[in-house]
Design a binder for this molecule. Structure first.
Ligand SMILES: *[C@@H]1O[C@H](CO)[C@@H](O)[C@H](O)[C@H]1NC(C)=O
Ligand SMILES: *[C@@H]1O[C@H](CO)[C@@H](O)[C@H](O)[C@H]1NC(C)=O
Length: 487
């Protein structure tokens, strides 16, 4: 049956099911009214100017990153009623260009199931969400995860499939079975799902389907041999530069020197994939995608041959200072992924240049000179890499600060957020400059061609000061940036 007629039939069928009552238009209207009433109460001091954030309440993983009927769509894990995690909804933003965003009505509301992470695909005129239904049960481990579908023919209003779940259990019965990422290849839909073995090693499962309803388990695409964590979340699998990349978020990796210092990681393995036997032959070890303090649960989408990535710009179980302001959580800026050798580069989009507003400086900045930015800034920095580079970013009135450092002795870039250090070796493959994006409570540092990227939340009091603490004069081009998301 064609999906479209299936959708119509199911909508009629679904109308009689008590199961979809909470997704009713009445419940949605009530929620949108709540959001509209609550927004004026937010404290705006840390509200971001060009990063997607929840209109009110809590946000975590990006979901359903896709392109439909002329617009990019970005959904996210959303709890509107408090600025801490709660029963999951799907919030929704859309954009013509991945830089300017608007807020759309909440796409999915929980019923018996909470609407955990998932992805979006487009089939003809229909947008389809595949997500994890997380249900509370009365037996250990007190939850059950299965895979659900929801449909839309306008990209705004979604109807849950009455035949949910379409994937009722992992092959080994693990209750941790989540975050479906769907794509199409040839005549089939494929999905990767995060799960674990019976002895608590993270793994990714691969399935395929003709109709998104009946799924065939193909194989375990990747699995921890012991040192890659107890659970693998948010898997993504895609072609990049003639290779295949498995990108995911392993939970429970042990810190090892400079590596894996966040509570949970996001990283990738590059290899070759064969659609005849579904074997993924790994060619590299696991590498982190981003080296900052706040980067998790990334998701990608492809458009016109380009692969874009976004991630949750936070981390689990750390303070979220904006929580007391009535909201918590954000998305990183969208980056393009490019494969060069055995590394995956992250590049800011060309379109980011359209956010440049007032120019702050274009020239030399001497030792100890201070540049006064706004609540936002884009700063391009170059200096002599034979010598140390050190920049202090801090609030004009104090508050959060970070030191950004190039240490030529060890060849490392260091982001020191009040003593909490992240660092990694950097060997430039092209450009030797840094590009730093500051927003009201965040920094994103892109080194060179995007070989090394740090994404960290920092909470300054007031606008930003940037001080050149290097023992050298630097060349600096800096701008304040315009707002591109709703307040
Ligand atoms: C989880 O839900 C599925 C679908 O409703 C059901 O088939 C399965 O038995 C449930 N598993 C557990 C452990 O409750
Ligand atoms: C930021 O720079 C301005 C101008 O140089 C200075 O007056 C102010 O004290 C600086 N703020 C901090 C926290 O150092």
């Amino acid at each position: 049956m064609a999906l479209r007629s299936l959708v119509i039939l199911l909508c009629v069928f679904a109308a009689a099911q008590p199961k979809i009552l909470k997704q009713s238009s009445y419940a949605k209207e009530e929620l949108e009214q709540y959001i509209a009433n609550t927004r004026p109460e937010l404290n705006l001091r840390y509200r971001l100017h060009y990063h997607v954030a929840p209109p009110v309440g809590w946000m975590n993983d990006p979901n359903g990153f896709s392109y439909y009927k002329g617009e990019y769509h970005l959904f996210y894990q959303f709890y509107p009623y408090d600025s801490v995690w709660g029963p999951m909804h799907w919030g929704h933003s859309s954009s013509p260009d991945l830089v300017n965003w608007k807020t759309l009505p909440t796409a999915l509301l929980p019923d018996q199931e909470q609407c955990f992470s998932g992805s979006a695909i487009v089939d003809g005129d229909t947008m389809i969400l595949m997500y994890t239904g997380h249900e509370i049960t009365d037996k250990e481990p007190y939850y059950n995860e299965t895979q659900f579908l929801a449909f839309s023919d306008d990209g705004v209003a979604f109807t849950k499939y009455a035949g949910n779940p379409v994937l009722p259990a992992a092959p080994n019965g693990s209750p941790d079975f989540r975050d479906p990422k769907v794509w199409k290849h040839g005549k089939h839909w494929y999905v990767v799902l995060g799960s674990k073995t019976d002895d608590n090693r993270g793994r990714v499962l691969l399935y395929r389907s003709f109709d998104l309803i009946e799924w065939e388990f193909l194989r375990v695409l990747g699995e921890s041999t012991g040192d890659l964590g107890y659970m693998w979340e948010c898997p993504d699998f895609f072609e990049l530069g003639g290779k295949h990349v498995l990108l995911w978020s392993p939970q429970g990796m042990e810190p090892n020197g400079d590596r894996y210092k966040n509570l949970h990681q996001t990283g990738f393995i590059i290899g070759n994939f064969n659609y005849n036997n579904f074997e993924f032959v790994q060619e590299t070890k696991f590498q982190e995608l981003d080296y900052g303090h706040d980067f998790y649960a990334s998701q990608t989408m492809e458009k016109d041959g380009k692969r874009y990535v976004v991630a949750w710009f936070n981390m689990w179980e750390v303070p979220h200072p904006e929580e007391v302001d009535g909201w918590a959580g954000a998305m990183t800026i969208i980056r393009e992924l490019v494969l060069v050798g055995d590394r995956v580069l992250q590049k800011p989009l060309d379109k980011m240049i359209s956010l440049r507003d007032e120019s702050v400086i274009n020239g030399q900045v001497d030792e100890n000179q201070v540049i006064e930015l706004g609540h936002t800034g884009e700063i391009i920095i170059s200096g002599d890499l034979e010598k140390k580079i050190e920049l202090l970013v801090e609030g004009r009135n104090g508050g959060g600060q970070a030191l950004l450092r190039w240490d030529p002795e060890v060849g490392k870039v260091v982001v020191d957020r009040a003593g909490d250090v992240r660092q990694v070796e950097w060997s430039p493959i092209g450009s030797h400059s840094w590009r730093l994006f500051l927003d009201a409570s965040s920094l994103e540092l892109f080194c060179g061609e995007g070989e090394v990227v740090f994404s960290s939340r920092v909470y300054p009091d007031g606008e930003w000061n940037l001080t050149n603490l290097s023992p050298q004069t630097l060349n600096v081009e800096a701008y304040k940036l315009k707002r591109s998301v709703p307040l």
